[in-house]
Design a protein around this ligand. Sequence first.
Ligand code: FES
Length: 161
Amino acid sequence: MKVEEIDVNRQIGRIGEILNAREKKRGILIQALQQIQAALGYLPEESVQELSKKLNLSMSEIFSVASFYRMFYFKPRGKKILKVCLGTACYVRGSKNVLNALEQEFNIKSGETTEDLALTLETVGCVGCCGLAPVTTMNENVMGEITGSGKLKAIIQSIRE
Ligand code: FES
């Protein structure tokens, strides 16, 4: 969704009847940020500026709300988002080695994205599949038992495709 398509009154719904104009705008801020990110993959500064004008909220107000939530990103993200679980079970079964191998293979650190935007590498706490440790997720698909080099090679290959 483009910023100009955001309709404060329509999106706020009936609750808007008891809110003043400023409260309404703040009320749809997160939803608007989610829509921008869903469309563009992250929150480009130009879009945040447009939203700032549209909602008459300062840039710092918008950034302070957006940066509170881990779900918002201010830089472009990779086509593939690979998360290595560093929860206790995965860590004990070698997930740090998996992370190190991926960092070395793609020449990025955890939290970074490759220049070609093919991969964003991140770490995550327990994803609830401890029996499959060590676990990674790729765009929300869980891959477990990354214990041998075969599975790691398959992951690397799928990123390079
Ligand atoms: S610790 Fe990794 S899935 Fe639970």
